[in-house]
Design a binder for this molecule. Structure first.
Ligand SMILES: Nc1ncnc2c1ncn2[C@@H]1O[C@H](COP(=O)(O)OP(=O)(O)OP(=O)(O)O)[C@@H](O)[C@H]1O
Ligand SMILES: [Mg+2]
Length: 349
Protein backbone atom coordinates (compact mmCIF):
# COMPACT_ATOMS: atom_id res chain seq x y z
CA UNK A 1 0.00 0.00 0.00
CA UNK A 2 1.45 3.38 -1.01
CA UNK A 3 1.60 6.42 1.24
CA UNK A 4 -1.21 8.02 -0.75
CA UNK A 5 -3.68 5.24 -0.16
CA UNK A 6 -2.63 4.99 3.49
CA UNK A 7 -3.47 8.66 3.90
CA UNK A 8 -6.79 8.18 2.17
CA UNK A 9 -7.59 5.34 4.57
CA UNK A 10 -6.71 7.41 7.60
CA UNK A 11 -9.12 10.17 6.65
CA UNK A 12 -11.97 8.18 5.19
CA UNK A 13 -14.73 6.37 7.01
CA UNK A 14 -15.71 2.81 6.63
CA UNK A 15 -19.45 2.42 6.57
CA UNK A 16 -21.26 -0.85 7.19
CA UNK A 17 -24.84 -1.28 6.08
CA UNK A 18 -27.28 -4.01 7.04
CA UNK A 19 -29.85 -3.89 4.29
CA UNK A 20 -32.48 -5.97 6.02
CA UNK A 21 -36.00 -6.78 4.98
CA UNK A 22 -37.33 -5.28 8.23
CA UNK A 23 -34.65 -2.86 9.36
CA UNK A 24 -31.79 -0.98 7.78
CA UNK A 25 -28.84 -0.20 10.02
CA UNK A 26 -25.76 1.86 9.32
CA UNK A 27 -22.49 1.64 11.20
CA UNK A 28 -19.82 4.29 10.81
CA UNK A 29 -16.28 3.51 11.93
CA UNK A 30 -15.45 5.47 15.06
CA UNK A 31 -19.10 6.28 15.73
CA UNK A 32 -20.90 2.94 15.89
CA UNK A 33 -24.51 2.46 14.77
CA UNK A 34 -25.84 5.80 13.59
CA UNK A 35 -29.02 4.70 11.83
CA UNK A 36 -31.49 2.00 12.72
CA UNK A 37 -34.78 2.41 10.96
CA UNK A 38 -37.46 0.23 9.41
CA UNK A 39 -36.90 -0.57 5.73
CA UNK A 40 -40.08 1.20 4.71
CA UNK A 41 -40.66 3.91 2.14
CA UNK A 42 -43.83 5.92 1.66
CA UNK A 43 -44.43 7.12 -1.90
CA UNK A 44 -47.11 8.98 -3.83
CA UNK A 45 -49.17 6.48 -5.73
CA UNK A 46 -48.96 7.87 -9.26
CA UNK A 47 -45.65 9.70 -9.33
CA UNK A 48 -43.76 7.34 -6.98
CA UNK A 49 -42.31 10.44 -5.31
CA UNK A 50 -40.86 9.59 -1.91
CA UNK A 51 -42.85 11.16 0.92
CA UNK A 52 -41.22 9.52 3.96
CA UNK A 53 -38.58 6.92 4.75
CA UNK A 54 -37.93 4.75 7.81
CA UNK A 55 -39.78 5.19 11.08
CA UNK A 56 -42.06 7.87 9.72
CA UNK A 57 -43.02 5.71 6.74
CA UNK A 58 -43.57 2.63 8.94
CA UNK A 59 -46.21 4.51 10.90
CA UNK A 60 -48.11 4.86 7.62
CA UNK A 61 -48.06 1.11 6.84
CA UNK A 62 -51.63 -0.13 6.61
CA UNK A 63 -52.90 3.33 7.57
CA UNK A 64 -52.01 5.51 4.60
CA UNK A 65 -54.66 7.42 2.66
CA UNK A 66 -55.34 6.37 -0.93
CA UNK A 67 -52.81 8.59 -2.66
CA UNK A 68 -49.87 7.59 -0.47
CA UNK A 69 -48.60 4.03 -0.23
CA UNK A 70 -46.13 2.72 2.30
CA UNK A 71 -43.92 0.02 0.78
CA UNK A 72 -41.51 -2.49 2.24
CA UNK A 73 -39.25 -2.74 -0.80
CA UNK A 74 -37.41 -5.82 0.48
CA UNK A 75 -40.18 -8.17 1.44
CA UNK A 76 -39.44 -11.85 2.10
CA UNK A 77 -35.69 -11.53 1.78
CA UNK A 78 -35.80 -10.47 -1.85
CA UNK A 79 -35.80 -7.06 -3.40
CA UNK A 80 -39.43 -6.79 -4.39
CA UNK A 81 -39.11 -3.23 -5.61
CA UNK A 82 -35.66 -2.37 -6.87
CA UNK A 83 -36.29 1.28 -7.69
CA UNK A 84 -37.62 2.04 -4.21
CA UNK A 85 -34.82 0.04 -2.59
CA UNK A 86 -32.29 2.21 -4.40
CA UNK A 87 -34.05 5.37 -3.26
CA UNK A 88 -34.08 4.09 0.31
CA UNK A 89 -30.36 3.23 0.32
CA UNK A 90 -29.47 6.63 -1.06
CA UNK A 91 -31.68 8.41 1.44
CA UNK A 92 -30.18 6.62 4.45
CA UNK A 93 -26.62 7.07 3.24
CA UNK A 94 -27.19 10.76 2.55
CA UNK A 95 -28.35 11.12 6.16
CA UNK A 96 -25.04 9.87 7.55
CA UNK A 97 -22.73 11.58 5.09
CA UNK A 98 -21.89 15.17 5.86
CA UNK A 99 -22.35 17.40 2.86
CA UNK A 100 -18.65 17.57 2.04
CA UNK A 101 -16.38 14.64 2.65
CA UNK A 102 -12.66 15.03 2.61
CA UNK A 103 -12.42 11.54 1.23
CA UNK A 104 -15.29 9.35 0.05
CA UNK A 105 -16.10 6.42 2.34
CA UNK A 106 -15.75 2.70 1.71
CA UNK A 107 -18.97 0.77 2.18
CA UNK A 108 -19.69 -2.83 3.01
CA UNK A 109 -23.29 -3.91 2.58
CA UNK A 110 -24.72 -7.08 4.07
CA UNK A 111 -27.53 -8.55 1.96
CA UNK A 112 -29.56 -11.77 2.12
CA UNK A 113 -27.57 -14.46 0.32
CA UNK A 114 -30.57 -15.43 -1.80
CA UNK A 115 -30.68 -12.18 -3.75
CA UNK A 116 -29.93 -12.43 -7.45
CA UNK A 117 -26.82 -11.17 -9.23
CA UNK A 118 -28.84 -8.35 -10.82
CA UNK A 119 -30.12 -7.23 -7.41
CA UNK A 120 -26.65 -7.42 -5.93
CA UNK A 121 -25.29 -5.20 -8.68
CA UNK A 122 -28.17 -2.75 -8.23
CA UNK A 123 -27.38 -2.47 -4.51
CA UNK A 124 -23.73 -1.88 -5.32
CA UNK A 125 -24.65 0.74 -7.89
CA UNK A 126 -26.89 2.63 -5.44
CA UNK A 127 -24.06 2.80 -2.93
CA UNK A 128 -21.70 4.23 -5.55
CA UNK A 129 -24.35 6.76 -6.56
CA UNK A 130 -24.77 7.70 -2.91
CA UNK A 131 -21.07 8.58 -2.72
CA UNK A 132 -19.00 5.49 -1.94
CA UNK A 133 -15.39 5.23 -3.04
CA UNK A 134 -15.35 1.46 -2.82
CA UNK A 135 -18.27 -0.94 -2.31
CA UNK A 136 -18.29 -4.53 -1.17
CA UNK A 137 -21.49 -6.54 -0.99
CA UNK A 138 -21.28 -9.53 1.36
CA UNK A 139 -23.64 -12.23 2.61
CA UNK A 140 -25.37 -11.21 5.78
CA UNK A 141 -24.37 -14.36 7.65
CA UNK A 142 -20.69 -13.60 7.11
CA UNK A 143 -21.30 -10.07 8.42
CA UNK A 144 -23.37 -11.47 11.29
CA UNK A 145 -20.52 -13.80 12.26
CA UNK A 146 -17.98 -10.97 12.32
CA UNK A 147 -20.42 -8.79 14.28
CA UNK A 148 -21.00 -11.60 16.77
CA UNK A 149 -17.22 -11.63 17.34
CA UNK A 150 -16.79 -15.13 15.99
CA UNK A 151 -13.11 -15.68 15.06
CA UNK A 152 -14.04 -16.60 11.49
CA UNK A 153 -10.48 -16.95 10.24
CA UNK A 154 -9.64 -19.77 12.63
CA UNK A 155 -9.24 -23.21 11.08
CA UNK A 156 -12.30 -24.39 13.02
CA UNK A 157 -15.99 -24.76 12.29
CA UNK A 158 -18.38 -22.09 13.56
CA UNK A 159 -22.11 -22.09 12.93
CA UNK A 160 -24.10 -18.89 12.80
CA UNK A 161 -27.85 -18.78 12.45
CA UNK A 162 -29.34 -15.38 11.58
CA UNK A 163 -33.11 -15.17 11.84
CA UNK A 164 -34.21 -11.90 10.29
CA UNK A 165 -37.60 -10.63 9.28
CA UNK A 166 -37.77 -12.22 5.85
CA UNK A 167 -34.98 -14.76 5.84
CA UNK A 168 -33.16 -17.27 7.98
CA UNK A 169 -29.57 -17.94 7.05
CA UNK A 170 -27.54 -20.71 8.55
CA UNK A 171 -23.86 -20.94 7.72
CA UNK A 172 -20.86 -22.94 8.74
CA UNK A 173 -17.74 -20.82 8.52
CA UNK A 174 -14.12 -21.88 8.71
CA UNK A 175 -10.93 -20.09 7.63
CA UNK A 176 -12.91 -17.00 6.67
CA UNK A 177 -15.09 -18.79 4.12
CA UNK A 178 -18.53 -20.31 4.14
CA UNK A 179 -18.36 -24.08 4.02
CA UNK A 180 -22.09 -24.72 4.09
CA UNK A 181 -24.82 -22.10 3.68
CA UNK A 182 -28.55 -22.44 3.73
CA UNK A 183 -31.01 -19.63 3.33
CA UNK A 184 -34.74 -19.93 3.58
CA UNK A 185 -37.28 -17.24 2.91
CA UNK A 186 -38.79 -17.47 6.32
CA UNK A 187 -38.24 -15.31 9.36
CA UNK A 188 -39.97 -13.12 11.90
CA UNK A 189 -42.51 -11.91 9.33
CA UNK A 190 -43.72 -15.48 8.90
CA UNK A 191 -44.11 -15.76 12.65
CA UNK A 192 -46.41 -12.71 12.50
CA UNK A 193 -48.38 -14.17 9.59
CA UNK A 194 -48.87 -17.42 11.48
CA UNK A 195 -50.36 -15.45 14.37
CA UNK A 196 -52.66 -13.52 12.01
CA UNK A 197 -53.89 -16.76 10.41
CA UNK A 198 -54.45 -18.43 13.75
CA UNK A 199 -56.41 -15.52 15.26
CA UNK A 200 -58.59 -15.36 12.19
CA UNK A 201 -59.22 -19.11 11.98
CA UNK A 202 -59.87 -19.68 15.68
CA UNK A 203 -61.40 -16.38 16.80
CA UNK A 204 -62.77 -14.88 13.58
CA UNK A 205 -60.75 -11.78 14.25
CA UNK A 206 -58.72 -9.96 11.63
CA UNK A 207 -55.60 -8.25 13.00
CA UNK A 208 -52.85 -6.25 11.31
CA UNK A 209 -49.11 -6.97 11.01
CA UNK A 210 -48.15 -4.62 13.80
CA UNK A 211 -50.63 -6.14 16.26
CA UNK A 212 -49.32 -9.62 15.46
CA UNK A 213 -45.70 -8.53 15.87
CA UNK A 214 -46.52 -6.88 19.15
CA UNK A 215 -48.17 -10.04 20.42
CA UNK A 216 -45.17 -12.13 19.35
CA UNK A 217 -42.63 -9.85 21.02
CA UNK A 218 -44.65 -9.37 24.21
CA UNK A 219 -45.94 -12.85 25.03
CA UNK A 220 -44.54 -15.12 22.30
CA UNK A 221 -42.50 -18.09 23.52
CA UNK A 222 -41.05 -21.00 21.55
CA UNK A 223 -40.60 -23.30 24.57
CA UNK A 224 -43.34 -24.32 26.99
CA UNK A 225 -43.26 -22.11 30.05
CA UNK A 226 -44.88 -22.56 33.46
CA UNK A 227 -45.87 -18.92 33.51
CA UNK A 228 -48.79 -18.22 31.20
CA UNK A 229 -49.03 -14.64 30.02
CA UNK A 230 -52.05 -12.88 28.57
CA UNK A 231 -52.52 -9.90 26.31
CA UNK A 232 -55.44 -7.99 24.89
CA UNK A 233 -55.52 -7.33 21.15
CA UNK A 234 -57.90 -5.43 18.91
CA UNK A 235 -59.02 -6.12 15.37
CA UNK A 236 -61.99 -6.43 13.06
CA UNK A 237 -64.56 -9.18 13.45
CA UNK A 238 -64.46 -11.26 10.27
CA UNK A 239 -68.22 -11.83 10.30
CA UNK A 240 -69.78 -8.60 11.55
CA UNK A 241 -67.05 -6.30 10.24
CA UNK A 242 -67.06 -4.45 13.55
CA UNK A 243 -64.04 -3.69 15.73
CA UNK A 244 -63.58 -6.04 18.67
CA UNK A 245 -61.19 -6.85 21.53
CA UNK A 246 -59.81 -10.27 22.35
CA UNK A 247 -57.69 -11.65 25.15
CA UNK A 248 -55.11 -14.19 24.05
CA UNK A 249 -52.56 -16.19 26.06
CA UNK A 250 -48.99 -17.31 25.47
CA UNK A 251 -49.89 -21.00 25.06
CA UNK A 252 -52.06 -20.13 22.09
CA UNK A 253 -49.38 -17.92 20.57
CA UNK A 254 -46.87 -20.75 20.91
CA UNK A 255 -49.23 -23.12 19.12
CA UNK A 256 -49.73 -20.59 16.35
CA UNK A 257 -45.96 -20.25 15.92
CA UNK A 258 -45.25 -23.98 15.85
CA UNK A 259 -45.15 -24.41 12.08
CA UNK A 260 -42.65 -21.67 11.12
CA UNK A 261 -40.53 -22.45 14.19
CA UNK A 262 -40.35 -26.12 13.21
CA UNK A 263 -39.27 -25.10 9.71
CA UNK A 264 -36.35 -23.13 11.18
CA UNK A 265 -35.35 -26.02 13.46
CA UNK A 266 -35.51 -28.49 10.54
CA UNK A 267 -33.28 -26.27 8.43
CA UNK A 268 -30.69 -26.07 11.21
CA UNK A 269 -30.74 -29.86 11.53
CA UNK A 270 -30.34 -30.22 7.78
CA UNK A 271 -27.36 -27.85 7.78
CA UNK A 272 -25.73 -29.78 10.61
CA UNK A 273 -26.29 -32.95 8.60
CA UNK A 274 -24.40 -31.48 5.65
CA UNK A 275 -21.48 -30.23 7.72
CA UNK A 276 -18.20 -32.15 7.31
CA UNK A 277 -17.60 -34.23 10.47
CA UNK A 278 -14.48 -32.41 11.68
CA UNK A 279 -16.26 -29.09 11.54
CA UNK A 280 -19.39 -30.57 13.12
CA UNK A 281 -17.22 -31.67 16.03
CA UNK A 282 -16.06 -28.06 16.48
CA UNK A 283 -19.66 -26.84 16.43
CA UNK A 284 -20.72 -29.28 19.13
CA UNK A 285 -17.87 -27.88 21.20
CA UNK A 286 -18.45 -24.18 20.49
CA UNK A 287 -22.19 -24.06 20.00
CA UNK A 288 -24.45 -22.42 17.44
CA UNK A 289 -24.38 -18.62 17.57
CA UNK A 290 -27.74 -16.97 16.94
CA UNK A 291 -28.18 -13.46 15.54
CA UNK A 292 -31.01 -11.42 13.99
CA UNK A 293 -34.19 -10.10 15.57
CA UNK A 294 -36.04 -13.40 15.18
CA UNK A 295 -33.61 -15.10 17.55
CA UNK A 296 -34.94 -12.81 20.30
CA UNK A 297 -38.17 -14.78 20.37
CA UNK A 298 -38.37 -16.01 23.94
CA UNK A 299 -37.39 -19.66 24.37
CA UNK A 300 -36.14 -20.11 20.79
CA UNK A 301 -32.43 -20.67 21.60
CA UNK A 302 -33.48 -23.13 24.29
CA UNK A 303 -35.73 -25.03 21.88
CA UNK A 304 -33.01 -25.24 19.21
CA UNK A 305 -30.51 -26.54 21.77
CA UNK A 306 -32.98 -29.18 22.90
CA UNK A 307 -33.86 -30.26 19.36
CA UNK A 308 -30.28 -30.46 18.05
CA UNK A 309 -28.37 -31.45 21.18
CA UNK A 310 -25.90 -28.66 20.40
CA UNK A 311 -25.40 -25.71 22.78
CA UNK A 312 -26.86 -22.44 21.49
CA UNK A 313 -25.48 -18.99 22.25
CA UNK A 314 -27.51 -15.87 21.65
CA UNK A 315 -25.15 -13.16 20.35
CA UNK A 316 -24.87 -9.91 22.21
CA UNK A 317 -27.21 -7.38 20.52
CA UNK A 318 -28.56 -9.80 17.88
CA UNK A 319 -30.21 -6.97 15.93
CA UNK A 320 -26.89 -5.14 15.46
CA UNK A 321 -24.57 -7.99 14.44
CA UNK A 322 -24.87 -7.63 10.65
CA UNK A 323 -24.31 -3.86 10.67
CA UNK A 324 -21.43 -4.08 13.14
CA UNK A 325 -19.84 -6.92 11.19
CA UNK A 326 -20.20 -5.11 7.85
CA UNK A 327 -18.66 -2.02 9.43
CA UNK A 328 -15.71 -4.01 10.76
CA UNK A 329 -15.20 -6.02 7.57
CA UNK A 330 -12.36 -4.00 6.04
CA UNK A 331 -10.41 -3.77 9.29
CA UNK A 332 -10.99 -7.44 9.90
CA UNK A 333 -9.72 -8.55 6.51
CA UNK A 334 -6.75 -6.18 6.74
CA UNK A 335 -5.75 -7.55 10.14
CA UNK A 336 -6.13 -11.00 8.69
CA UNK A 337 -3.79 -10.19 5.80
CA UNK A 338 -1.27 -8.85 8.33
CA UNK A 339 -1.53 -11.99 10.44
CA UNK A 340 -0.95 -14.17 7.41
CA UNK A 341 2.16 -12.19 6.53
CA UNK A 342 3.50 -12.60 10.05
CA UNK A 343 2.98 -16.33 9.88
CA UNK A 344 4.70 -16.54 6.49
CA UNK A 345 7.58 -14.39 7.72
CA UNK A 346 8.11 -16.55 10.75
CA UNK A 347 8.16 -19.58 8.47
CA UNK A 348 10.70 -17.84 6.29
CA UNK A 349 8.72 -18.31 3.10
N1 LIG B 1 -37.90 -9.37 21.10
C1 LIG B 1 -38.26 -9.96 19.98
N2 LIG B 1 -38.90 -11.13 19.99
C2 LIG B 1 -39.28 -11.73 18.84
N3 LIG B 1 -39.04 -11.23 17.61
C3 LIG B 1 -38.41 -10.05 17.54
C4 LIG B 1 -37.98 -9.34 18.70
N4 LIG B 1 -37.38 -8.19 18.30
C5 LIG B 1 -37.43 -8.18 16.96
N5 LIG B 1 -38.04 -9.29 16.50
C6 LIG B 1 -38.32 -9.64 15.10
O1 LIG B 1 -37.12 -9.64 14.38
C7 LIG B 1 -37.40 -9.39 12.99
C8 LIG B 1 -36.46 -8.35 12.46
O2 LIG B 1 -35.14 -8.79 12.66
P1 LIG B 1 -33.93 -8.16 11.84
O3 LIG B 1 -33.90 -6.68 12.05
O4 LIG B 1 -32.73 -8.93 12.21
O5 LIG B 1 -34.39 -8.49 10.36
P2 LIG B 1 -33.78 -7.95 9.01
O6 LIG B 1 -32.31 -7.97 9.10
O7 LIG B 1 -34.41 -6.65 8.69
O8 LIG B 1 -34.32 -9.03 7.99
P3 LIG B 1 -33.51 -10.03 7.02
O9 LIG B 1 -32.27 -10.40 7.73
O10 LIG B 1 -34.45 -11.16 6.80
O11 LIG B 1 -33.28 -9.26 5.79
C9 LIG B 1 -38.84 -8.94 12.92
O12 LIG B 1 -39.64 -10.00 12.42
C10 LIG B 1 -39.19 -8.64 14.38
O13 LIG B 1 -40.56 -8.85 14.64
MG1 LIG C 1 -30.84 -9.27 8.68
Amino acid sequence: MGLGSKLVDAFSSDIGIDLGTCNTLIYVRGKGIVISEPSVVAVERGTKKVVAVGQEAKRMLGKSPGDIIAIRPLRDGVIADLETTEKMIRYFISKVLPRRWFVKPRMVIGVPSCITEVERRAVEESAYKAGAREVKVIEESLAAAIGARIPIFEPAGHMVCDIGGGTTEISVISLGGMVVTKAIRLGGDEFDEAIIKHVRAVHNLIVGDQTAENLKITIGNASPDKKIEKMEIKGTDAITGLPRRLEIDSVEVREALQEPINAVVDEIKRTLGETPPELAADIVERGIVMTGGGSLLKGLPKLIAKETGVPVILAENPLLCVANGAGMYFEHTRDMAKNKKTIYNSLNV
